[in-house]
Design a protein around this ligand. Structure first.
Ligand code: 6PG
Length: 242
Protein backbone atom coordinates (compact mmCIF):
# COMPACT_ATOMS: atom_id res chain seq x y z
CA UNK A 1 0.00 0.00 0.00
CA UNK A 2 1.28 3.44 -0.89
CA UNK A 3 0.74 6.10 1.79
CA UNK A 4 3.10 8.99 2.42
CA UNK A 5 2.04 9.02 6.05
CA UNK A 6 3.46 5.55 6.67
CA UNK A 7 7.12 5.54 7.66
CA UNK A 8 8.68 2.08 7.99
CA UNK A 9 12.11 1.53 9.56
CA UNK A 10 13.92 -1.75 10.08
CA UNK A 11 14.27 -1.71 13.87
CA UNK A 12 12.94 -0.03 17.02
CA UNK A 13 15.97 2.28 17.31
CA UNK A 14 15.59 3.28 13.66
CA UNK A 15 11.92 4.10 14.24
CA UNK A 16 12.97 6.35 17.12
CA UNK A 17 15.61 7.98 14.90
CA UNK A 18 13.17 8.47 12.02
CA UNK A 19 10.58 10.03 14.29
CA UNK A 20 13.17 12.21 16.06
CA UNK A 21 14.27 13.61 12.69
CA UNK A 22 10.64 14.18 11.68
CA UNK A 23 9.93 15.92 15.03
CA UNK A 24 13.00 18.16 14.88
CA UNK A 25 12.13 19.21 11.34
CA UNK A 26 8.45 19.76 12.22
CA UNK A 27 9.34 21.85 15.29
CA UNK A 28 11.81 24.05 13.36
CA UNK A 29 10.88 27.76 13.48
CA UNK A 30 7.59 27.02 15.31
CA UNK A 31 6.44 29.38 18.07
CA UNK A 32 4.71 27.94 21.17
CA UNK A 33 3.89 24.28 20.46
CA UNK A 34 1.68 21.93 22.45
CA UNK A 35 2.50 18.22 22.34
CA UNK A 36 0.68 15.33 24.06
CA UNK A 37 3.00 12.39 24.68
CA UNK A 38 2.18 8.71 24.65
CA UNK A 39 3.11 6.38 27.45
CA UNK A 40 3.87 2.68 27.61
CA UNK A 41 7.18 1.23 26.44
CA UNK A 42 7.40 2.21 22.77
CA UNK A 43 8.39 5.87 23.30
CA UNK A 44 11.22 4.98 25.72
CA UNK A 45 13.80 4.70 22.95
CA UNK A 46 12.64 8.00 21.44
CA UNK A 47 12.83 9.82 24.78
CA UNK A 48 16.33 8.42 25.47
CA UNK A 49 17.46 9.41 21.95
CA UNK A 50 16.15 12.96 22.31
CA UNK A 51 17.82 13.24 25.72
CA UNK A 52 21.17 11.83 24.65
CA UNK A 53 21.64 13.12 21.13
CA UNK A 54 19.22 15.92 20.37
CA UNK A 55 19.10 18.14 23.46
CA UNK A 56 20.19 21.20 21.46
CA UNK A 57 18.12 20.64 18.31
CA UNK A 58 14.84 21.48 20.06
CA UNK A 59 14.08 24.77 21.86
CA UNK A 60 12.09 23.23 24.71
CA UNK A 61 11.22 26.70 26.09
CA UNK A 62 8.68 26.89 23.24
CA UNK A 63 7.24 23.41 23.85
CA UNK A 64 4.43 22.57 26.28
CA UNK A 65 4.30 18.86 27.10
CA UNK A 66 1.12 17.05 28.07
CA UNK A 67 0.21 13.36 28.22
CA UNK A 68 -2.40 11.56 26.15
CA UNK A 69 -3.08 9.32 29.09
CA UNK A 70 -1.78 8.39 32.51
CA UNK A 71 -2.15 5.46 34.83
CA UNK A 72 -3.84 6.34 38.13
CA UNK A 73 -0.68 5.80 40.17
CA UNK A 74 1.70 8.25 41.89
CA UNK A 75 4.38 9.88 39.70
CA UNK A 76 7.14 7.80 41.33
CA UNK A 77 5.32 4.51 40.63
CA UNK A 78 6.97 2.14 38.13
CA UNK A 79 3.92 2.32 35.84
CA UNK A 80 3.68 6.13 35.73
CA UNK A 81 3.96 7.53 32.20
CA UNK A 82 5.10 10.83 33.69
CA UNK A 83 7.68 9.05 35.86
CA UNK A 84 9.07 7.22 32.83
CA UNK A 85 9.23 10.43 30.79
CA UNK A 86 10.87 12.34 33.65
CA UNK A 87 13.58 9.70 34.02
CA UNK A 88 14.31 9.31 30.30
CA UNK A 89 13.68 12.82 28.96
CA UNK A 90 12.60 15.61 31.32
CA UNK A 91 15.61 15.24 33.62
CA UNK A 92 17.90 15.76 30.62
CA UNK A 93 16.40 18.72 28.76
CA UNK A 94 16.13 22.41 29.55
CA UNK A 95 12.34 22.75 29.71
CA UNK A 96 10.63 25.23 32.04
CA UNK A 97 8.63 23.49 34.80
CA UNK A 98 5.60 25.55 33.76
CA UNK A 99 5.76 23.84 30.34
CA UNK A 100 5.30 20.35 31.81
CA UNK A 101 1.62 19.57 32.35
CA UNK A 102 1.50 16.38 34.42
CA UNK A 103 -1.63 14.34 34.91
CA UNK A 104 -1.86 13.79 38.68
CA UNK A 105 -2.16 10.00 38.75
CA UNK A 106 -2.26 10.10 42.53
CA UNK A 107 -5.49 12.12 42.57
CA UNK A 108 -9.08 10.88 42.60
CA UNK A 109 -9.62 9.87 38.94
CA UNK A 110 -12.89 11.63 38.13
CA UNK A 111 -11.71 14.84 39.81
CA UNK A 112 -8.37 14.69 37.98
CA UNK A 113 -10.04 14.09 34.62
CA UNK A 114 -11.99 17.32 35.19
CA UNK A 115 -8.99 19.23 36.51
CA UNK A 116 -6.68 18.13 33.68
CA UNK A 117 -9.35 18.93 31.13
CA UNK A 118 -9.48 22.47 32.51
CA UNK A 119 -5.65 22.75 32.41
CA UNK A 120 -5.71 21.72 28.76
CA UNK A 121 -8.57 24.09 27.96
CA UNK A 122 -6.67 26.96 29.59
CA UNK A 123 -3.38 26.22 27.79
CA UNK A 124 -4.11 24.64 24.40
CA UNK A 125 -5.70 26.71 21.64
CA UNK A 126 -9.07 25.51 20.41
CA UNK A 127 -10.76 24.80 17.10
CA UNK A 128 -14.57 24.89 17.23
CA UNK A 129 -14.39 25.10 21.01
CA UNK A 130 -12.35 21.88 21.33
CA UNK A 131 -8.67 21.91 22.39
CA UNK A 132 -6.43 21.39 19.35
CA UNK A 133 -2.97 20.10 20.22
CA UNK A 134 -0.29 20.91 17.69
CA UNK A 135 0.90 17.30 17.90
CA UNK A 136 -0.30 14.17 19.64
CA UNK A 137 2.08 11.21 19.80
CA UNK A 138 0.19 7.93 20.24
CA UNK A 139 0.97 4.28 20.74
CA UNK A 140 -1.30 1.34 20.01
CA UNK A 141 -1.93 -1.67 22.20
CA UNK A 142 -2.10 -5.24 20.88
CA UNK A 143 -5.89 -4.92 21.17
CA UNK A 144 -5.99 -1.78 19.04
CA UNK A 145 -6.45 0.66 21.92
CA UNK A 146 -4.81 4.06 21.84
CA UNK A 147 -4.18 6.52 24.64
CA UNK A 148 -6.37 4.73 27.19
CA UNK A 149 -9.39 4.29 24.97
CA UNK A 150 -9.87 0.52 25.00
CA UNK A 151 -12.25 -1.45 22.74
CA UNK A 152 -14.65 -2.09 25.64
CA UNK A 153 -14.95 1.65 26.23
CA UNK A 154 -14.98 2.77 22.60
CA UNK A 155 -17.68 5.29 23.50
CA UNK A 156 -14.89 7.51 24.86
CA UNK A 157 -14.20 8.30 21.19
CA UNK A 158 -17.32 10.46 21.25
CA UNK A 159 -17.28 11.69 24.88
CA UNK A 160 -17.85 15.44 25.08
CA UNK A 161 -15.49 15.97 28.03
CA UNK A 162 -11.84 16.76 27.24
CA UNK A 163 -10.62 13.89 29.45
CA UNK A 164 -12.24 10.72 30.71
CA UNK A 165 -11.59 7.94 33.23
CA UNK A 166 -10.78 4.61 31.57
CA UNK A 167 -10.39 1.12 33.01
CA UNK A 168 -7.75 -1.30 31.74
CA UNK A 169 -9.68 -4.41 30.57
CA UNK A 170 -7.31 -6.91 32.16
CA UNK A 171 -5.82 -5.26 35.23
CA UNK A 172 -8.81 -3.06 36.10
CA UNK A 173 -6.33 -0.23 36.58
CA UNK A 174 -7.96 3.15 36.22
CA UNK A 175 -6.49 5.66 33.81
CA UNK A 176 -7.02 9.27 32.76
CA UNK A 177 -7.26 9.62 28.98
CA UNK A 178 -7.80 12.28 26.36
CA UNK A 179 -11.19 11.55 24.80
CA UNK A 180 -11.74 10.98 21.09
CA UNK A 181 -12.84 14.47 20.00
CA UNK A 182 -9.59 15.95 21.37
CA UNK A 183 -7.48 13.18 19.82
CA UNK A 184 -9.18 13.93 16.49
CA UNK A 185 -8.81 17.71 16.75
CA UNK A 186 -5.01 17.84 16.65
CA UNK A 187 -3.11 19.49 13.82
CA UNK A 188 -0.78 16.49 13.66
CA UNK A 189 -0.88 12.94 15.04
CA UNK A 190 1.97 10.43 14.96
CA UNK A 191 1.54 6.79 15.92
CA UNK A 192 4.72 5.03 17.00
CA UNK A 193 4.04 1.28 16.78
CA UNK A 194 6.64 -1.48 16.83
CA UNK A 195 6.79 -5.22 17.25
CA UNK A 196 5.22 -8.27 15.59
CA UNK A 197 2.45 -8.41 18.21
CA UNK A 198 0.97 -5.23 16.69
CA UNK A 199 1.18 -6.42 13.05
CA UNK A 200 -2.32 -7.88 12.79
CA UNK A 201 -4.05 -4.78 14.14
CA UNK A 202 -1.81 -2.48 12.04
CA UNK A 203 -2.93 -4.37 8.92
CA UNK A 204 -6.58 -4.36 9.98
CA UNK A 205 -6.49 -0.60 10.53
CA UNK A 206 -4.35 0.54 7.60
CA UNK A 207 -6.04 -1.79 5.11
CA UNK A 208 -9.57 -1.31 6.53
CA UNK A 209 -9.99 -5.03 7.05
CA UNK A 210 -13.05 -6.59 8.66
CA UNK A 211 -13.56 -5.40 12.23
CA UNK A 212 -11.34 -2.30 11.92
CA UNK A 213 -14.19 -0.14 13.23
CA UNK A 214 -14.00 -1.99 16.58
CA UNK A 215 -10.45 -0.74 17.14
CA UNK A 216 -10.11 2.69 18.79
CA UNK A 217 -6.81 3.42 17.00
CA UNK A 218 -8.64 3.06 13.67
CA UNK A 219 -10.79 6.12 14.47
CA UNK A 220 -7.97 8.62 14.93
CA UNK A 221 -7.81 11.10 12.05
CA UNK A 222 -5.95 14.26 11.17
CA UNK A 223 -8.24 16.76 9.47
CA UNK A 224 -10.32 13.76 8.39
CA UNK A 225 -7.33 11.99 6.86
CA UNK A 226 -4.70 9.49 7.92
CA UNK A 227 -2.31 10.26 10.77
CA UNK A 228 1.41 9.55 10.49
CA UNK A 229 2.40 5.98 11.34
CA UNK A 230 6.00 5.27 12.33
CA UNK A 231 6.41 1.48 12.21
CA UNK A 232 9.20 -1.03 12.34
CA UNK A 233 9.26 -3.86 9.79
CA UNK A 234 7.82 -6.28 12.37
CA UNK A 235 4.72 -4.18 13.00
CA UNK A 236 4.42 -3.56 9.23
CA UNK A 237 5.13 -7.18 8.28
CA UNK A 238 1.53 -8.06 7.25
CA UNK A 239 0.88 -4.95 5.17
CA UNK A 240 0.34 -5.34 1.39
CA UNK A 241 3.16 -3.05 0.30
CA UNK A 242 3.03 -2.65 -3.49
C1 6PG B 1 -0.14 3.66 28.01
C2 6PG B 1 -0.16 4.21 26.62
C3 6PG B 1 -0.83 3.24 25.72
C4 6PG B 1 0.29 2.64 24.92
C5 6PG B 1 -0.11 1.36 24.27
C6 6PG B 1 1.12 0.69 23.66
O1 6PG B 1 -0.35 4.40 28.97
O2 6PG B 1 0.18 2.46 28.09
O3 6PG B 1 -0.43 5.45 26.44
O4 6PG B 1 -1.81 3.74 24.87
O5 6PG B 1 0.70 3.59 23.94
O6 6PG B 1 -0.66 0.51 25.26
O7 6PG B 1 1.98 0.36 24.72
P1 6PG B 1 3.47 -0.19 24.44
O8 6PG B 1 4.22 0.96 23.82
O9 6PG B 1 3.99 -0.55 25.80
O10 6PG B 1 3.33 -1.36 23.49
Amino acid sequence: MQNSNIHISSTNPEVAEAFAQWLINWLKDRAKTTIALSGGSTPKLLFSLLAQQYTKEIDWSKVHLFWGDERCVPPDHGESNFGMTKTLLLNHIDIPAANVHRIRGEAEPAEEATRYGMEITNTVSAIDGCPAFDLIILGMGNDGHTASIFPHQIELLQAKEVCGVAIHPESGQRRITLNGPVLNNAYQVAFLVTGAAKAEKVKTILEHESGFEDLPAAHIKVDGGSPNWFLDTSAASLLNRK
